[in-house]
Design a binder for this molecule. Structure first.
Ligand SMILES: Cc1cc2nc3c(=O)[nH]c(=O)nc-3n(C[C@H](O)[C@H](O)[C@H](O)COP(=O)(O)OP(=O)(O)OC[C@H]3O[C@@H](n4cnc5c(N)ncnc54)[C@H](O)[C@@H]3O)c2cc1C
Ligand code: SF4
Length: 499
């Protein structure tokens, strides 16, 4: 895009309050987006006619309002061009603005993805191997298609190492001894521009959630590249092995921390994948780790984007399991006696970050088991993470974590009892609840609700082959035990605010 902009093009960048308030955004999320924009604008200033509107210093509440203002001042502007935004809400608002202003809208495909929306649609509708027997889209088939299509980790037409995934070697817990010394990730001290944004955000959004005390995210392309290099050198080699593990007071572990930089286009995913492949070639990272990492970017990241736009109309109201319970207030404070939830939410408020398994198997798993209303949960995820943009947040939350899209994105709901969290973390050691207890005041809420979920949704899931083991285990319980769990689940849910 930058290369295509001509000296006499009029470029508009607007820090619109609506983008920070349509969900109750974490302060760090607002700072990161605005600081990246201000740093980017510095480079554009001399290359085009740039109108940049800083938050708090202009009267426009939304991006379309600012466009209307600029067109009013420059009626000779013939066409409005923009890159596909990452949110259907914004796309619709921009298209509506174009209609109102009687200007053609030229929507430029986003070059920061390896699979265009057009190519995804072709795969989804015409690909031979796009789904399993359910005819729903499956990431695994998409990922293999992308590997073949891009040649990433391929040798002729075969996957490097002879297999498509190395899950068997990846995804261990730490065991009782805990992790080896965790490499400290590179963090970035806020510069003058970022500090000015922080002041603006504290002044304009004082009641928003989250803290800025530990803000240290990369906000420029250069810093994002440094962050990538730091990950490739120090954490990629063990990435796969510890990908799913969790540990108290270790928010980052071996994760890359580059999602926000990629989503803000500070890093191109092609460069990220190339850097991981180079580490494999150089022998500094094993194939299992490199494949596990590349699968997240070439597979999951591209897949969820395609799914998001395919189902764009469905996201606002999708609710396959008819879940209606309100989000408990402690999702915004972390103040709960459940140690795993408290840890995941507290670090989220501190850093705007939790890693995938914390999002999926702790906060997401609880929301699914407890039947929390999908829209409220999705708005929470969109608000609290620095990397949150609708195209990636909605399918992950609604499609993957909450099963709100039915089976269209995953073949079974991601549910687990306290036993899983105990195996993958040390949270249970300092918890008010016991993971193996199913009923009574000491019962782990995940464990009670896991069994209750299987019973509540039996008609829907019993015949799902991927749930067979779970139902086999449920069948081992006598009727009295089942009844006790169902009754305790009701009590627990009545007291959800004081969990
Ligand atoms: C309920 C829920 C909500 C989520 N919301 C977001 C979101 O708003 N924005 C976001 O970028 N990711 C989201 N994810 C995906 C994933 O959790 C984050 O990308 C990851 O935790 C970011 O941390 P990292 O950069 O250290 O990732 P790593 O663990 O180091 O993974 C490497 C990269 O792979 C990509 N990736 C990994 N898993 C996924 C996935 N499931 N979908 C898309 N990309 C993936 C990310 O770009 C990430 O940076 C969500 C996951 C869940 C379960
Ligand atoms: S006992 Fe249950 S609630 Fe407590 S940390 Fe373990 S899994 Fe979480």
């Amino acid at each position: 895009m930058l290369a295509e902009v001509q000296q006499d093009d009029h470029v508009l960048m607007v820090e619109a309050a609506e983008e920070a308030t349509h969900v109750w955004s974490h302060k760090a999320r607002i700072v990161l987006f605005l600081s990246a924009m201000r740093h980017f604008a510095e480079r554009w200033n001399s290359r085009c006619q740039l109108s940049y509107f800083q938050i708090g210093a202009h009267p426009f509440s939304s991006i379309p309002d600012a466009i209307a203002h600029v067109i009013g001042q420059h009626p000779d502007i013939e066409t409005i061009r923009f890159i596909e935004p990452g949110d259907a809400r914004l796309l619709n608002a921009l298209l509506a603005a174009g209609n109102r202003l009687k200007r053609p809208m030229d929507v430029i495909p986003d070059p920061h993805f390896l699979c265009s929306l057009e190519a995804f649609e072709t795969w989804a509708t015409q690909g031979k191997h796009r789904s399993d027997v359910t005819h729903n889209l499956r990431m695994e088939f998409f990922y293999r298609w992308m590997r073949r299509r891009t040649g990433v980790l391929m040798q002729d037409d075969q996957p490097v190492g002879g297999q498509w995934n190395f899950d068997a070697e990846n995804r261990s817990g730490f065991g009782a001894g805990g992790p080896p010394t965790v490499p400290e990730p590179q963090r970035f001290t806020p510069d003058d521009i970022t500090r000015a944004v922080m002041q603006d955000v504290e002044r304009l959004f004082p009641a928003h959630p989250g803290s800025l005390i530990d803000f240290a995210w990369p906000v420029t392309q250069q810093d994002a590249r440094t962050a990538l290099g730091d990950f490739i050198r120090h954490r990629l080699p063990a990435f796969g092995q510890w990908q799913d593990a969790m540990w108290r007071d270790e928010p980052f572990l071996w994760h890359s921390l580059i999602s926000a930089a990629m989503n803000l286009k500070l890093l191109d995913p092609r460069d990220v994948i190339a850097a991981a492949e180079a580490a494999l070639l150089a022998g500094t990272a094993p194939l299992a780790a490199v494949e596990g990492f590349i699968r997240q970017i070439l597979g999951w990241r591209e897949f969820v984007r395609g799914v998001y736009w395919r189902h764009a109309a469905a996201w606002p109201s999708t609710n396959a399991l008819n879940a209606t319970r309100s989000l408990p207030a402690w999702y915004w404070t972390g103040q709960t006696h459940a140690a795993c939830l408290s840890a995941a939410i507290s670090q989220t408020l501190q850093h705007g970050y939790a890693h995938h398994i914390q999002r999926l198997m702790v906060t997401g798993n609880f929301a699914l088991l407890a039947g929390l209303a999908p829209r409220e949960v999705a708005d929470w995820y969109l608000a609290v993470y620095v990397d949150a943009v609708a195209w990636v947040e909605e399918p992950n939350t609604l499609g993957m974590a909450l099963f709100a899209l039915g089976g269209r994105m995953t073949s079974k709901p991601y549910i687990a009892s306290g036993a899983y969290i105990k195996r993958m973390s040390n949270y249970c050691k300092s918890c008010a609840y016991r993971p193996e207890v199913r009923t009574g005041p000491k019962a782990c809420p995940f464990t009670t609700l896991y069994w209750d979920f299987l019973m509540r949704h039996e008609a829907r899931f019993r015949s799902n082959p991927r749930m067979a083991m779970a139902y086999k285990n449920l069948d081992r319980m006598d009727a009295e035990e089942r009844m006790a769990i169902r009754e305790w689940a009701i009590v627990r849910m009545d007291q959800i605010e004081s969990l």
